[in-house]
Design a protein around this ligand. Structure first.
Ligand code: DX5
Ligand code: ZN
Length: 220
């Protein structure tokens, strides 16, 4: 089962409620919220107050992607604010086991996010403690970037790593996904597909989600 998780980063922030209602109509099953602090990544976006408001506006699970320094200090607060999924970057948290455990103890799903240049070996020990891995297929910080082609091979290797260990860890992929490459990433083992520009960059976000869902199956 493939989940489409539209990233609100590409939506009109003055009309977030309408944006979420539209993707819900289109069949999206998760809402992806990019939290950036201007330290870990060179951009600043939204934080806890916006997550609280979104939680009141939708029944869809909120997936908060924390691109912040000291994620361990804030992760639980995002669950309290209404996030059902919280991901933390492996590059920035020296106490990943503690943070992932704390997220789960609060009742949310805990994810490890990993940048394009970080080797999968960095997941060796922590993989077993995560509900999902968020594989970045662009360098985090901005929407609308191009999918880094080597991500596809990395995705296949991650799929193998998870399957070989008999884990149930889901793979989420994030960055540069659109109708042209979604089937390929799904075939390579991604189960949660983040899409910002491909959903909100068009006029009709509901239709864009439907088209992405249709394109997950490769007819060859
Ligand atoms: C990038 C963010 C992504 C981004 C995806 O730092 O993590 O979630 O919003 O946007 P697109 O789909 O436009 O690449
Ligand atoms: Zn993201």
């Amino acid at each position: 089962m493939v989940d489409i998780a539209p990233s609100i980063l590409a939506a009109d922030f003055t009309r977030l409620g309408e944006a979420i209602a539209a993707v819900e109509r289109g069949g999206a099953s998760i809402v992806h919220v990019d939290v950036m602090d201007g330290h870990f990544v060179p951009n600043i976006t939204v934080g806890l107050p916006v997550v609280r408001s979104l939680a009141r506006a939708t029944r869809l699970p909120l997936d908060t992607h924390l691109m912040i320094s000291e994620p361990g200090r804030y992760a639980e607060q995002f669950v309290e604010a209404g996030a059902q999924m919280v991901s933390v970057h492996v590059e920035i948290d020296p106490h990943l086991h503690r943070t992932l455990t704390a997220i789960k103890a609060k009742g949310a799903q805990a994810g490890i996010a990993i940048n394009p240049a970080t080797p999968l070996a960095a997941l060796e020990e922590a993989l077993a403690f995560a509900d999902f891995v968020l594989l970045m297929s662009v360098n985090p910080g901005f929407g609308g970037q191009h999918f880094i082609p080597t991500s596809l091979d990395k995705l296949r290797r991650l799929r193998r790593m998870i399957d070989e260990r008999g884990l149930k860890t889901r793979i989420e992929i994030d960055g540069g996904i659109d109708k042209s490459n979604i089937a390929e990433v799904v075939a390579a083992g991604a189960e949660i597909i983040v899409a910002g520009t491909a959903v909100f960059g068009q006029g009709d976000a509901a239709r864009a989600v439907r088209e992405l869902l249709d394109a997950t199956v490769q007819w060859v």
